[in-house]
Write a protein that binds this ligand. Structure first.
Ligand SMILES: C[S@@+](CC[C@H](N)C(=O)[O-])C[C@H]1O[C@@H](n2cnc3c(N)ncnc32)[C@H](O)[C@@H]1O
Length: 340
């Protein structure tokens, strides 16, 4: 279970769990108010922090008290507030910052979809389109600010996914790596930076690519990388030696997931490899954040997190063979398959 239960009164664990969402809102407020950025240079008094964040000092003190109880900041003996190591991840400039994630995935349009979880469980259908009248990706395309926030959130974890891919597979022998649904390009940039001689193709929805262009240029790898806009249900770029899909397949129900993998299969030459970078659900009742993400996938997309065997079945249904699951550092696994 996610919470310590030892020594608590019997009802307390259940009560703590049902207030866990309020804790998320406190973290989102910390992100929205930029508190970690204001504490980046070092400890400040609550009054200084209130002035810097343009907040109501006595109310900010209450939020800080809760954030300290959640372990994100702490109060020094002289009354000044500082970030804890966990709180450092809320800074905008932290490598693998979680601030964009807090802003995008606790945003009101996502929260409204969560309200539909009971109905999603009754029907197996995603809540998001029922609540908003549009699928998640169409909604982001129609709301560019929220689309940009989502792209930034995905970028946050992409560095970690790149490390997982490179820990499990040697990219040195790969001529061209195609990143399907590559988003802002952070995974591809990390792969290109670490692997001289590697070339990249980034494929994503056309509206995502201006952000990708800027990111790859800033990372100094734009000249080794082609950007292609399109729809991965229709076709993906041909000619890659390896195709990576990082947290893409989990966004889709089985039928669409197989359709995306089939489009990759059509584009690939025999012997080319596909690598899925995903959180693989492990058996048993232990707490694993992947199980909560599974419910988010249900609510947003009618999709799911999967076990290794479930990924194997999708890849085989799309025509791939030699499927292997390489567990890397939790939560990441690389599911590899070969185009026969
Ligand atoms: C969860 S994000 C993953 C981004 C990136 N691979 C990463 O590791 O951060 C899924 C990506 O799929 C892209 N996508 C969604 N529908 C698509 C479609 N029909 N064709 C191409 N890309 C699509 C989204 O734009 C988004 O960048």
């Amino acid at each position: 279970m996610v919470l310590e239960t030892e020594g608590l009164p019997p009802r307390e664990p259940a009560l703590r769990l049902l207030s866990a969402g309020w804790a998320s809102h406190a973290v989102r407020a910390m992100a929205a108010l930029g508190l970690a950025d204001h504490l980046a240079a070092g400890p400040r008094t609550p009054e200084e922090l209130a002035a810097a964040s343009r907040t109501h000092a006595p109310t900010l003190a209450r939020l800080l008290r809760t954030l300290a109880a959640l372990g994100l900041c702490a109060t020094d003996g002289d009354g000044r507030v500082r970030l804890t190591p966990h709180g450092e991840f809320l800074r905008s400039d932290a490598p693998d910052s979680v601030r964009p994630y807090a802003l995008a995935l606790l945003a009101p349009h996502v929260e409204r979809a969560w309200e539909g979880l009971p109905e999603a469980v009754r029907t197996g259908e995603p809540a998001f389109p029922r609540v908003h009248g549009l699928g998640f990706w169409e909604y982001l395309a129609a709301h560019p600010e929220e689309g940009a926030a989502f792209d930034a959130a995905m970028t946050g974890g992409a560095e970690e996914r790149a490390r997982a891919l490179m820990a499990a597979r040697d990219l040195a022998g790969v001529g061209t790596l195609v990143d399907v649904g590559g988003g802002q390009g952070r995974l591809l940039a990390a792969a290109l930076t670490a692997t001289p001689g590697l070339r990249g193709v980034l494929f994503d929805r056309p509206e995502v690519l201006p952000g990708t262009e800027a990111f790859l240029t800033g990372a100094g790898v734009r000249d080794r990388c082609e950007l292609v806009g399109g729809d991965f249900f229709a076709a993906v770029p041909a000619g890659g030696d390896a195709y990576v899909l990082a947290v893409v397949v989990h966004d889709w129900p089985d039928e669409q997931a197989v359709a995306i993998l089939r489009a990759c299969h059509r584009a690939m030459a025999p012997g080319a490899r596909v690598w899925l970078v995903e959180r693989v659900v492990r058996p048993g009742d232990a707490f694993d954040r992947t199980k909560l993400l599974d419910l988010l996938m249900l609510v947003l997309f009618g999709a799911q997190e999967r076990t290794g065997e479930e990924y194997r079945a999708l890849l085989e249904a799309a025509g791939f063979g030699s499927v292997t699951v390489h567990p890397v550092e939790p939560p990441w696994s690389i599911v590899e398959a070969v185009r026969p």
